[in-house]
Design a protein around this ligand. Structure first.
Ligand SMILES: *Cc1c(COP(=O)(O)O)cnc(C)c1O
Length: 247
């Protein structure tokens, strides 16, 4: 049962972001909060926008499309981020609907998005979603043990170079989801590995952009900030628990 207002919950998260940033010598201004509005109505997004948060995370193309249709006229400054798995057959709609896609997890999907992004006025900003923990339930390029296994790292770097060459996409960095576990330090290890992977890609595919690290959710955003997150994706701590089985 959440008794606080949205403004109070947002203030608590912003204090948490500031504390985590300061603790690791970073500026809170370098960390952008994405309000994960999946399952919540357009009215919740309008309420968040009135408090100054204009980045929204959605995990379903259809749902985001409906909310954008409701909000575009009154809230043209909102930035819509796709954070959920994307099927190739929805690539066209996604390429035209979203301001950034965090969940590019295959060369095939990147190529499909690239074809449709040609219809946009400017290239489509994307992040590559990586699964460095090896958790079976996670989407993303499968990269467990990439640091010690050149048979994993090398083909990945080659695919990334192909994605970086697609003219209608712009890579901005990486996205990851930490494993669901109570094991202390597991989330932080995932974020650390993701940051090292970003640094490796920045050296090996230098003509792409590698500034952004989208990592950290309600339960683990402080660890993500300590490891360099530039986008954190917060749902429950802002909007409360979601209905079950709805992402
Ligand atoms: C739902 C979701 C979030 C938000 O998670 P919370 O635990 O509610 O903060 C962040 N990222 C992704 C990819 C999600 O699917």
């Amino acid at each position: 049962m959440i008794t606080q207002t949205l403004a109070e919950r947002l203030a608590a998260i912003q204090a948490g972001i500031a504390a985590a940033a300061t603790a690791s010598g970073r500026s809170p201004a370098d960390i952008r909060l994405i309000g994960v509005s999946k399952t919540h109505p357009a009215s919740s997004i309008a309420e968040l926008a009135a408090l100054g948060i204009h980045d929204l995370g959605e995990n379903r193309v259809q749902e985001a499309d409906a909310k954008r249709a409701e909000l575009d006229a009154t809230h043209p400054a909102l930035r819509w981020h796709l954070i959920g798995h994307l099927q190739t057959n929805k690539a066209r709609k996604a390429a035209l609907l979203f301001d950034m896609i965090h969940s590019v997890d295959s060369l095939r999907l990147a190529e499909a998005l690239n074809r449709h992004a040609a219809e946009r006025p400017a290239p489509l900003p994307v992040l590559l979603q990586v699964n460095v923990s090896g958790e079976a339930s996670k989407d993303g390029f499968a990269l467990a043990h990439w640091q010690h296994t050149s048979a994993i790292a090398e083909p990945f770097v080659a695919e990334v170079a192909q994605i970086a060459a697609l003219p209608h996409l712009r890579i901005h960095g990486l996205m990851t989801i930490a494993p669901y576990t109570d094991e202390p330090g597991a989330a932080r290890a995932t974020f650390h590995s993701t940051r090292l992977l970003r640094d490796t890609l920045a050296a090996q595919v230098p003509h792409a952009g590698w500034h952004e690290l989208s990592m950290g959710m309600t339960d683990d955003y402080a660890d993500a900030i300590a490891e360099g997150a530039t986008f954190i994706r917060i749902g429950r701590a802002l909007f409360g628990e979601r209905p079950r089985n709805m992402g």
